[in-house]
Structures are given as structure tokens and as C-alpha cells.
Design a protein around this ligand. Structure first.
Ligand SMILES: [Zn+2]
Length: 138
């Protein structure tokens, strides 16, 4: 497992060079939280320049990508995607394994809780996070 996950050159060509470099710097600064690597699908939470959290999903090595930021909606590409490409490519084998197992470990941990405790946690999350409340009330 030595090859990098993403084809960085292909992603670089999709966006303004400055966005790509900014994204790389964000990755090096630690603004990317890699949430999951499931086959070729990588999911990450990226902290934007004003502290907003964006959700990025990319297909490796150079497949589809999406981000919840306004820039992606406008231009179809953004620095957050570049940040995720850079962060994922910086992972060593141990780091990649950690991210690959992250949601499974979360699932295993949740499976140990009883239903009432899980419901209380979700209600509490809904109280604190408007997006969670909105999703659950749909
Ligand atoms: Zn974005």
C-alpha cells in the first residue's frame, strides 16, 4: 500500500492553481478530518477559512467529487477538495487503516449502547446541532 490514494495532478487540473495550493496548505495545517475511506470513496470534514465545516466526498483516484461549500456549488470545484486530496495522500499505511476502520469502530461502539441511551444521545445531538434536528424531522 505505497501508492497514493488520489491522482493529485488530475485534481490540480480541475481547479484554479491557487485553490489547489491553498487546499494543500489547509491539509498541512490540520484542517481536514478524514472520516471514511470505503473502497474508492473518501469522506472528510474540512474546516473552512471562517470556521465553517464542510463535508467533502471524493472518488479516488480521480473520480467524482462534491463539497457542501458555496464555492463548489458555483464552480464545481473548490479548495476543500484539494485539501482532502492532499490529506489523504499524506496518510501512511497506519493512518489509512485508521480511517478505513473509523466508521466501523463507531458502529461497534454504538452497538454496545442500549436503545434508550442511543435515543437520548440523538435527541441531545438534535438539541445542539440544527442540521441534525432538521434531518431527523424530515
Ligand atoms: Zn468546498
Amino acid at each position: 500500500m505505497s501508492a497514493t490514494l488520489f491522482d493529485a495532478d488530475a485534481w490540480r487540473e480541475r481547479m484554479d492553481e491557487r485553490w489547489f495550493e491553498t487546499g494543500k496548505a489547509m491539509a498541512e495545517k490540520g484542517d481536514v478530518d478524514l472520516v471514511a475511506i470505503e473502497d474508492d470513496r473518501v469522506t472528510a470534514h474540512v474546516t473552512g477559512s471562517v470556521g465553517d465545516l464542510y463535508v467533502v466526498e471524493l472518488r479516488a483516484p480521480a473520480g467524482d467529487g462534491a463539497c457542501t461549500c458555496p464555492g463548489f456549488e458555483k464552480f464545481g470545484a473548490c479548495k476543500h477538495q484539494a485539501a482532502v486530496v492532499a490529506a489523504a495522500n499524506l496518510l501512511d499505511a497506519t493512518g489509512r487503516q485508521y480511517v478505513q476502520g473509523r466508521l466501523a469502530r463507531l458502529r461497534d461502539g454504538l452497538a454496545l449502547e442500549d436503545k434508550t441511551a442511543l435515543i437520548e444521545r440523538i435527541v441531545d445531538l438534535s438539541r445542539k446541532h440544527p442540521a441534525v434536528l432538521a434531518e431527523l424531522e424530515r
